[in-house]
Design a protein around this ligand. Structure first.
Ligand code: B3K
Ligand code: ZN
Length: 885
């Protein structure tokens, strides 16, 4: 907590460290009311920083210093300087050993950063700057050291003692205690340090590497969860194989461990050899986890595992380079998921998420480049821009260089920088060097914030048989960046003839057509490409596979969009055409509502969806995606000023129309799929996900009619389903229905059955918090009193508060400002408990510029109230002050 103006840290001020730490020897003595940390650091002057011995300034926060010694000489208080963030000592030789002992209080640590307790277990979270809450250190990623760690704790309470690397030795100690020593042979920055002590069971398996050596794999969980680890273990083995096959990357230790903890600020953490996971990203079995949860477990296990190379073996020089590891690793895990499941569906999900949430971030007060140039609190920069847009940037590099060129580049990158802490420039340099390419202009994607617009127009010349596309790019101003230079925008495209066939694409001046789908690199503010040999005006299919994170516009009419929906050879663009059609139709309805007119739905949307629904040759998951109308949050993002009520009313109206008019087709799809579900055991694989997703979206539509048969179907599915995917959707449709008695009964039955499973109770909270029925805030407030709810558990906060403010737009944006007041109160309370979670929950209020004047005033007033509420964490301070700037 601080009250004075916090410091801004700039990339341009980066300097290499004055000292290096070759070896780090740690001993932890864990007790119930405190813990002791003894550190021995074998250090030397950094030769890069020249001669002389400047003072050594170590990071350290919330530590009680018990002793310090330099080369075995005890230091007296006059020999060092101590403040609330640093310990300064004066070395007298180029090489020296520093010993410190500190007392800390993991048992009181509610921020869940550093060493803390989750339930009865000790665990750590050090990224980005949590290690300084464990011991005095050079807590920066360019200081890499070899660690040995000894943990001493009571044997009975903490039979399992873990740290990074390989186990070296263990044994009993006095007073019912025991110890274990771990040694990590790879040097690493402190943010990758981990320690776990607890009463844990583990599932063990092994993996044989390409080179033939076996790795032991262990997943540690609390005993009651031992039956929920199989999916994560299978995912881990698939990830290990995939990284060998696709990137040539082998695992490097003899053991790889995952530990599941209930109290965790994010999804998981890639600590070397000892990944610590939010239990929501490990535990999965049919009865308790949805298909989405299964896919998330697979994706997060892969993500953290892939970090072993993209993040750990090659790490970041400083935190401005965060996307070096995160963007690249998200790109890698998305490709893995695409290979394991349906590639097109994975792309649709990722793009829908990016366009809804990252585009909103890029248009708001916290907008920043993929490589930010300044921050106050680095925890605030684990953003959609660094992660998801960062992944898009890596994806564009691959699109521009081709698969083979990209692999050559990644091989060079890993080989050249193994064991180093590097920058995004180094990544691009390796890509350039391996391919003889020049990506100088491309690098603007790392330095310029904001979502580029790309307006496309066409011209057909019948006589010359040429067809031209003109691209005009621009990028709106973002905080600190008024003017932007042109980006390199790879546009994958095709041209369709009147039968929907792809035409050969031969640019004027080319001797032949390289193919029927190709990538044009738009590099100028305005640029025209002309194709030759085009016999009739074609229909362009632009930005196939969403080849760049831009807002592309082309003046399609609705008939053309329907044509693309049916014929585009690119599956992603078929979906995209459907979304654009739906957006046009919904915007028309929004206009009608605002003008007080009766709502009239363009029947072409029904026709288009009818043909999708009737096409049994289409992948069921694609049908489900195409039946999903753009969400309220996306409609908000693309509005100049979002009219919350109009958006909600228009979308609900369209959904009801679809439900009514396509009722027969929805019923027949629903029944056929439910029948298969009834007679098939649960399998966590793509084609089963697909079947259940279509079944569930059909049920959601059917239940809008609130007819007795729909109610009966929902109740049957709720009672009889053998898996959470079907049961939870049935619960959700009941919760959103007018059938009060059945709703209450289902909620009670569900809570009674799953009361001992916190992750399932999170789902129970979320379904209710997201319900658009009137009275949302009162329901959320009542649920906060439920015995299963606590503000101390981040999953609970996300399940209830996050779902309400992020997904229940009609209730959260209540015109009286009650939703805003509630959120601000909560942020003020969380600020003292867990600053990272407090700051995350603030996001919806930062979007105030999107709303009408009355709501803007209410939202700003709440931000101001938070600002004035007293001692703000740097996390909350940064977001509030930038939002009000
Ligand atoms: N690297 C961690 C994120 C740490 C966040 C710290 N506030 C998880 C991940 O991206 O894999
Ligand atoms: Zn990551």
């Amino acid at each position: 907590m601080r009250t004075e103006q916090p410091q801004v840290i700039y990339l341009k001020d980066y300097q290499a460290p004055d000292y290096l730490i070759d070896e780090t020897h740690l001993t932890f003595e864990l007790f119930e009311d405190h813990s002791l940390v003894h550190a021995q650091l074998v250090m030397r002057r950094n030769p890069e920083r020249g001669a002389g011995l400047p003072p050594l300034v170590l990071d350290g926060q919330q530590l009680e210093l018990l002793r310090a010694a330099l080369d075995d000489q005890e230091l007296a208080p006059g020999d060092y300087r101590l403040d609330d963030a640093t310990l300064t000592v004066q070395p007298s030789a180029e090489r020296f050993t520093l010993d410190t002992s500190v007392k800390i209080h993991p048992e009181r640590n509610t921020a869940l950063e550093g060493l803390y307790k989750s339930g009865s277990m000790f665990c750590t979270q050090c990224e980005a700057e949590g290690f300084r809450k464990i011991t005095y250190y050079l807590d920066r990623p360019d200081v890499m050291s070899r660690f040995t760690t000894t943990v001493i704790a009571e044997q009975h309470r903490y039979p399992v003692l873990l740290s990074n690397g390989n186990p070296v030795d263990s044994g009993p100690a006095d007073e019912g205690r025991h110890w274990a020593t771990w040694e990590d042979p790879f040097k690493k920055p402190a943010y990758l340090f981990a320690l776990v002590a607890g009463d844990l069971w583990c599932v063990e398996d092994s993996f044989t590497r390409q080179s033939g050596r076996d790795v032991t794999l262990r997943i540690y969980v609390e005993p009651e969860n031992i039956d929920k680890c199989a999916h994560a273990m299978a995912s881990l083995k698939k990830s290990m194989r995939w990284d060998e096959e696709v990137y040539g990357r082998e695992y490097d230790l003899d053991i790889f461990m995952i530990v599941a903890v209930n109290d965790f600020n994010m999804g998981a953490m890639e600590n070397k050899g000892l990944n610590i996971f939010n239990s929501s990203c490990v535990l999965a079995r049919a009865e308790t986890a949805t298909d989405a949860a299964h896919q998330r477990v697979e994706g997060v296990v892969a993500h953290e595992y892939f970090h072993n190379w993209s993040g750990n073996r090659v790490t970041c020089r400083d935190w401005f380079q965060l996307s070096l590891k995160e963007g690249f690793t998200v790109f890698r895990d998305a490709e893995f998921s695409a290979d394991m499941n349906s590639r097109t569906v994975k792309r649709i999900e990722d793009v829908a998420y990016l366009r809804t949430h990252q585009f909103a971030e890029d248009a708001g007060p916290m907008a920043h480049p993929v490589r930010p140039d300044s921050f106050i609190e680095i925890s605030n920069f684990y953003t959609l821009t660094v992660y998801e847009k960062g992944a898009e940037v890596v994806g564009m590099v691959r699109t521009l260089l081709g698969d083979e060129g990209f692999r050559k580049g990644s091989d060079l990158y890993f080989e050249r920088h193994d064991g180093q802490a590097v920058t995004t420039d180094d990544f691009i340099q390796a890509m350039e060097d391996a391919n003889g390419a020049d990506l100088t202009q491309f690098k603007r994607w790392y330095s310029q914030a904001g979502t580029p617009r790309l307006a496309v127009s066409e011209a057909y010349d019948a006589e010359a048989r040429t067809y031209s596309l003109t691209f005009r790019q621009s990028c709106p101003a973002t905080p600190g960046q008024d003017q932007k230079l042109p980006f390199v925008i790879p546009v994958a495209l095709g041209l369709l003839d009147d039968q929907g066939r792809d035409l050969p694409l031969q640019l004027v001046g080319e001797a032949s057509a390289p193919g029927t789908s190709r990538v044009l690199a738009v590099t100028e503010a305005e640029q025209t490409f002309t194709f030759q040999g085009i016999d009739a005006r074609p229909l362009p299919s632009l930005l196939r596979g969403f080849s760049a994170p831009v807002k592309l516009t082309f003046p399609y009419d609705r008939n053309q969009l329907m044509f693309l929906m049916q014929h585009d050879s690119d599956g992603f663009n078929r979906w995209e055409a459907g979304q654009q059609l739906a957006v046009q139709v919904l915007q028309e309805l929004i206009g009608q509502h605002r003008r007080g007119e009766a709502l009239v739905l363009d029947q072409r949307l029904i026709t288009a969806l009818a043909s999708v629904l009737g096409d049994t040759s289409l992948d069921a998951a694609m049908v489900a995606e195409m039946l999903s109308l753009p969400g309220e949050a996306y409609l908000t993002e693309i509005s100049e000023v979002a009219d919350v009520e109009a958006i909600h009313t228009a979308r609900e109206f369209a959904r009801r129309q679809i439900a009514e008019q396509l009722s027969d087709a929805l019923w027949s799809r629903y029944q056929a799929h439910r029948q298969v579900s009834r007679s098939t055991a649960y399998v966590a694989e793509a084609e089963h996900f697909a079947r259940r997703s279509l079944q569930n979206i059909a049920l959601s539509y059917l239940m809008l009619g609130a007819t007795p048969p729909a109610l009966e179907a929902a109740l049957e599915q709720f009672d009889q389903a053998d898996n959470m995917t079907e049961r939870l959707t049935a619960l959700a449709v009941l919760v959103n229905s007018p059938f009060e008695a059945e709703r209450a009964k289902a909620l009670n039955a569900f809570a009674e059955h799953f009361k001992d499973n916190p992750l399932v109770m999170d789902q129970w909270f979320s379904v209710q918090a997201a319900s658009p029925l009137p009275g949302g805030l009162a329901r959320v407030k009542a649920l906060m009193q439920h015995p299963a709810f606590t503000l101390k558990n981040p999953n609970k906060v996300r399940a209830l508060v996050g779902a309400f403010a992020g997904q229940n737009l009609i209730n959260f944006h209540a015109a009286d400002g009650s939703g805003y007041r509630f959120l601000a109160d909560l942020v003020i309370e969380l600020n003292a408990l867990n600053p990272q979670i407090a700051s995350r929950q603030l996001t919806p209020l930062t979007r105030w510029r999107k709303y009408d004047a009355a709501r803007q005033a209410l939202m700003k007033a709440e931000l101001e109230r938070i600002r004035a509420s007293g001692s703000l964490s740097s996390d909350v301070y940064e977001v509030v002050s930038k939002s009000l700037a």
